[in-house]
Ligand binder design. Structure first.
Ligand code: C5P
Length: 236
């Protein structure tokens, strides 16, 4: 029997309105290539990833296929149409998974610079028995709660807070069950869905370079990170 496989679903169908007007966020250029190309290359470079399923903007499926066809990697690649919400896009990716996949990661296309070691840590934690795993970082800013007028009501103890990144990893049955039974519009990540089903979520160390491109300044930072990587690789 062939061993079970690990898949990464990459939701890439968001419009990216906070980035300003233009193409869907995942197709915008970062150092001369679409953000999505960087993201798929990053996850496909991880040791244990066998399959990448991209949920693309539904008016850009063919464009996405041809953009991704140029990437060199050993993983299998499937492109499907994304949905109205991030959760819909992930659900469509789940539907496309072959039956021999037993571990599923979900990785935002908007985090194109995730180091492959973070992907490997998440896969290893699920393969070691965790049902759900998220990469996290300590919170560096002081966080306060405010009321409707913007007045501070409380300072939160940041030592117990974590900023959550992707890829998030799951046993396939756990993620599928959570998607089938929960349709909460305010859930912003997949771990939130499985938490609402009472599933224990574990954490592993994230990485600063796995930040999400949301606003224009994030693109400037991402270009700088790539320039630094190129300089240290002696490329360009
Ligand atoms: O908007 P935000 O940055 O939170 O989106 C996170 C990820 O979810 C992005 O990679 C985006 O392309 C994806 N997404 C999606 N389908 C949607 C909305 C967002 O695949 N309808």
């Amino acid at each position: 029997m062939r061993p079970a496989r690990t898949a990464v679903i990459v939701p890439a169908a968001g419009r990216g309105e906070r980035l300003g007007p233009g193409a869907p966020k995942a197709l915008r250029s970062l150092a001369g290539q679409p953000i999505l190309v960087h993201a798929v290359r990053a996850v496909a470079a991880a040791r244990d990833v066998d399959l990448v399923v991209v949920a693309a903007p539904d008016d850009a499926i063919e464009v996405t296929r041809s953009l991704l066809s140029g990437i060199e990697h050993d993983a299998q690649l499937i492109v499907v149409a994304g949905g109205e919400t991030r959760q819909d896009s992930v659900a469509r990716g789940l539907l496309a998974l072959p039956s021999d996949v037993d571990v599923v990661l979900v990785h935002d296309a908007a985090r194109p610079l995730v180091p492959p070691e973070v992907v490997d840590r998440v896969v290893a934690a699920v393969r070691s028995g965790a049902q759900a795993v998220i990469p996290v970082l300590a919170v560096v800013d002081t966080i306060k709660e405010v009321d409707g007028d913007g007045s501070v009501t409380r300072t939160v103890d940041r030592s117990i807070l974590r900023a959550v990144q992707t890829p998030q990893g799951f046993r396939r049955d756990v993620l599928q069950q959570a998607h089938a039974s929960c349709d909460a519009a305010d859930v912003t990540d997949d771990a939130g869905l499985v938490e609402s089903q009472g599933v224990m979520v574990s954490t592993v160390a994230g990485a600063e370079e796995a930040f999400k491109i949301t606003r224009p300044l994030d693109l400037v930072l991402a270009e700088a990170v790539l320039a630094r990587r190129r300089a240290s690789d002696g490329v360009g």
